[in-house]
Design a protein around this ligand. Structure first.
Ligand code: ADP
Length: 239
């Protein structure tokens, strides 16, 4: 990448619909994200968080403005090119886990590698390693129905990191979990951020979860209203 930019959004707008039905969900969003950051994205419902995440996740394109990812102007790419970028660099975690039912944890985690055409043994090894990284050694052959919510989210995180993405996009990852399980998942995300250097971009409504991030970007009515650096709940003190 020529200019050292990891993620850059500049004056991004997004308009849904046309004519009198047109609605501008993003009205000129700009921010930069450095590699290795842990960012929480907050804001009321309808403020533009999902629209921003869809653009960051290369699932959608801005109506106008720039989205540069690792030096690539994503707004100039077509759907297939965006999909390539997504598969290579991005991992996704959702509120509802989105695991395949009646499919073991190992198989769920292997799926993105299967799409890449990775040979069977390599796939198994990588999936086992990812499950170990989320604390699920011994649970490889369990199906989602046999796992708790917290364990299901761990499987989903293993599936997201098995391709060694540089960015993890998490959309309310603790939205379906109780507070103890939420804290565990946030601890895990913090660990992945710190130990693997994975950049984490996480939408959350919960201040307790946002407190784990090192930066909070707040949206109001399709604009960034506030962008502040915070200490991060699990940041070790100076010794
Ligand atoms: P948030 O994630 O903060 O709740 P969204 O990005 O989902 O906000 O939505 C921002 C605004 O754009 C909302 O008013 C929503 O109704 C509108 N919107 C989102 N997606 C669409 C769509 N596909 N078509 C029309 N309007 C949409």
């Amino acid at each position: 990448m020529s200019d050292g930019t990891f993620i850059r959004m500049r004056d991004v707008t997004k308009t849904y619909g046309r004519g009198t039905a047109a609605f501008q969900a993003l009205r000129g969003v700009s921010f930069d994200i450095q590699e290795g950051e842990f960012v929480a994205i907050m804001g009321h419902s309808g403020s533009g968080k999902s629209t921003t995440m869809n653009i960051l996740g290369c699932l959608d394109s801005p109506t106008s403005g720039e989205y540069v990812f690792r030096g690539t102007h994503v707004e100039t790419l077509n759907r297939d090119e965006r999909a390539m970028l997504r598969r290579h660099y991005l991992g996704f975690v959702f509120q509802g886990f989105n695991l395949l039912a009646r499919t073991t944890a190992l198989e769920n985690v292997e799926l993105p590698l299967l799409y890449r055409g990775m040979p069977r043994q390599e796939r198994h090894d990588a999936a086992r390693e990812a499950l170990a990284a989320v604390g699920l050694t011994g649970w490889e052959h369990h199906t989602p129905a046999e796992l708790s919510g917290g364990q299901m989210q761990r499987v989903a995180i293993a599936r997201a990191i098995v391709t060694q993405p540089s960015v993890l996009l998490a959309d309310e990852p603790t939205g379906n979990l109780d507070s103890a399980r939420s804290e565990e998942i946030m601890g895990l995300l913090t660990q992945l951020n710190r130990e693997r250097g994975i950049t984490i971009l996480m939408v959350t409504h919960e201040p307790d979860m946002a407190a784990y991030a090192h930066r909070i970007i707040r949206f109001v009515d399709g604009l960034v209203a506030d962008d502040e650096r915070v200490t991060g709940k699990m940041t070790e003190g100076t010794h």
